[in-house]
Design a protein around this ligand. Structure first.
Ligand SMILES: NC(=O)c1ccc[n+]([C@@H]2O[C@H](COP(=O)([O-])OP(=O)(O)OC[C@H]3O[C@@H](n4cnc5c(N)ncnc54)[C@H](O)[C@@H]3O)[C@@H](O)[C@H]2O)c1
Length: 309
């Protein structure tokens, strides 16, 4: 198996590191437009192989897409990250051009690849990748809800004083600070609804902290976070290559599901060897569906900006 990660910055390098440590593929290509950075980080990671005991061969490339040929999965992280005070949406102008050209270059050498989009604004970049490549919809997966759901579990675990791994909790909708919807009504602690253990105030706080999870870290670090985003990308790669059919919230093309069409938005999907394979209907209640529709309207507005670029 072969995987390419485009963008050897904070998120791309962390994602690649996770993929290599787990030996998800025999060859891993890290590609960046900036001279030398991908080769340098690839070599640095290879120098951990003897210590960590993995066999994945990591190759760096400065914009030479021939090295990415015949990749089974490609993770796109190239583009600007946000700085403190910025929204993800402000990145659209620069990142749309990057994501479109990266997709074109990738498909020249790996026409059968499954593509995971991480670059922001992720919902719109996923829609752009889908519409500009014309690939079957199951091969384009946006990574946002996977991260947001993991952040949701972290926030819940802090209030419940429990292991995040014992929690089932998902965030659906867009990947923006105001468009994501943490579904606290459906969250469980080993199958018991978390709402049984949390006051209304605590629930409200958890939802609020989850929604601004990325912005909180951007303010603390000075740029957007990378450990959980990189691990989230690698978790999707793992579910694809090992055909695990795990359930993740991913940004995928909707065709009537959750009441929406002609849009890519975060919903629970199974991830396996064919990319995203099945959308699971969580039967939102009226309030949740209204929030989902509002989220879709905001993302649609952002998608419309693509026409003006
Ligand atoms: N979807 C999510 O959940 C999520 C989470 C975190 C970050 N992000 C997004 O991921 C992206 C990367 O974030 P980061 O922190 O790694 O940024 P970064 O600046 O550390 O790295 C980005 C890398 O992309 C490279 N790049 C730029 N244009 C390129 C091109 N045309 N081809 C190849 N490489 C190119 C840059 O040289 C840089 O090394 C940002 O858009 C950020 O907002 C998304």
């Amino acid at each position: 198996m072969k995987v390419t990660v485009v963008g050897a910055g904070a998120v791309g390098a962390t994602c690649a590191d996770n993929i290599a440590r787990k030996e998800l593929c025999s060859e891993l290509v890290l590609l960046d437009i900036k001279e030398g950075i991908a080769e340098g980080k690839a070599q640095d990671m290879m120098q951990t192989a003897a210590l960590l005991g993995f066999d994945t061969k990591i190759v760096g490339s400065t914009n030479d897409y021939s090295k990415t040929a015949d990749s089974d999965v490609v993770v796109i992280t190239s583009g600007l990250p946000r700085k403190p005070g910025m929204t993800r949406e402000e990145l659209i102008g620069v990142n749309a051009g990057i994501v479109k050209s990266v997709c074109e270059n990738i498909l020249k050498y790996s026409p059968n690849a499954i593509i995971i989009i991480i670059s922001n604004p992720m919902d719109t970049m996923t829609y752009l990748a889908l519409t500009s490549t014309g690939l079957p919809k199951n091969r384009i997966i946006g990574m946002g809800g996977t991260l947001d759901s993991s952040r949701f579990k972290y926030q819940l675990s802090q209030h419940l004083n429990c292991s995040p791994a014992d929690l089932n909790a998902v965030v659906v909708g867009g990947h923006g600070d105001t468009t994501m919807i943490p579904l606290i009504r459906l969250a469980t602690w080993n199958s018991v609804p978390v709402t049984k253990f949390l006051s209304a105030e605590q629930q409200e706080q958890i939802v609020k902290d989850t929604m601004v999870g990325g912005a909180t870290l951007t303010a603390l670090i000075g740029t957007s976070a990378w450990y959980a985003p990189g691990a989230s990308g690698a978790a999707l790669v793992e579910s694809i290559l090992r055909d695990e059919k795990k359930l993740f919230t991913c940004c995928v093309a909707l065709d009537g599901e959750y009441g929406q069409k002609d849009i890519c938005l975060g919903v629970p999907v199974t991830i396996g060897r064919n990319g995203w394979e099945k959308i699971i209907d969580f039967e939102l209640n009226a309030d949740e569906q209204a929030a989902f529709d509002k989220s879709a309207a905001a993302v649609r507005g952002m998608n419309d900006v693509l026409k003006t670029l």
